[in-house]
Design a protein around this ligand. Structure first.
Ligand code: ATP
Ligand code: MG
Length: 190
């Protein structure tokens, strides 16, 4: 509850809460977030599959990105009560734009057209105990850094299995060039 309220306040008054922006390794954020949802994973038979190939970093507030990832992971876990596969993928953008793709996929029922249209609206939920705020807050956080989120069915991505896939598109870090552990980073302004 405290986390939700804090995020809501950040959303309503972004200038007062503007987070510290740094060059963030999305793979590391995924790993850290997994630790935080481990208690939920332990209750089900969900297999976690990692395919983390992004090398670029993204300019964002680490805690805010973690909040987004946790929201997406919890949604994925909630649609697989009988178990399934949680797949985490990261890629450097391949379309020539400087950026990183972070994708969280499940093997749940997927998204109906009706749900897909409403995903990012505040208070839209199909759950008995949902607030319908997770995705709305998440998209707000990501857009502030020039990113975006899309919700798709895995079949729309050419895959042969049911389930949803949430793709978070982030910009390559817009800070001054720095040396990271993986070598010089490309710095580009959004
Ligand atoms: N991985 C998913 N598979 C299928 N439907 C999803 C998935 N993620 C989100 N949805 C749909 O989108 C709705 C909105 O999601 P959102 O995270 O914003 O709210 P919530 O999970 O219902 O509640 P809250 O996150 O506030 O606890 C969900 O109620 C569900 O209908
Ligand atoms: Mg949610």
């Amino acid at each position: 509850m405290r986390l939700i309220v804090t995020q809501l306040l950040q959303y309503a008054r972004p200038t007062e809460y503007a987070g510290y922006v740094e060059a963030v390794d999305v793979n590391q954020v995924l790993e850290n977030s997994l630790v935080l949802v481990a208690h939920l994973l332990a209750r089900t038979h969900i297999e976690v599959v990692r395919d983390l190939q992004a090398t670029a970093r993204t300019g964002i507030n680490r805690q805010e990105l973690q909040q987004v990832v946790i929201n997406l992971m919890i949604n994925a876990i909630q649609v697989m009560p009988e178990g399934g596969t949680l797949r985490l993928r990261t890629r450097d953008r391949e379309d020539g734009r400087a950026g990183v793709l972070l994708e969280i996929s499940d093997t749940g029922p997927g998204l109906s057209e009706r749900v897909k249209e409403r995903l990012f609206r505040p208070f839209f939920t199909t759950k008995n105990d949902g607030n319908g705020l997770g995705l709305w807050i998440s998209v707000g956080l990501v857009e502030r850094y020039g990113g975006s989120i899309e919700g798709l069915n895995r079949r729309e991505l050419g895959e042969d299995s049911a389930g949803a896939s949430f793709r978070v598109w982030l910009l390559t870090e817009p800070l001054a060039p720095q040396e990271g552990p993986t070598g010089p980073m490309e710095a580009r302004r959004a």
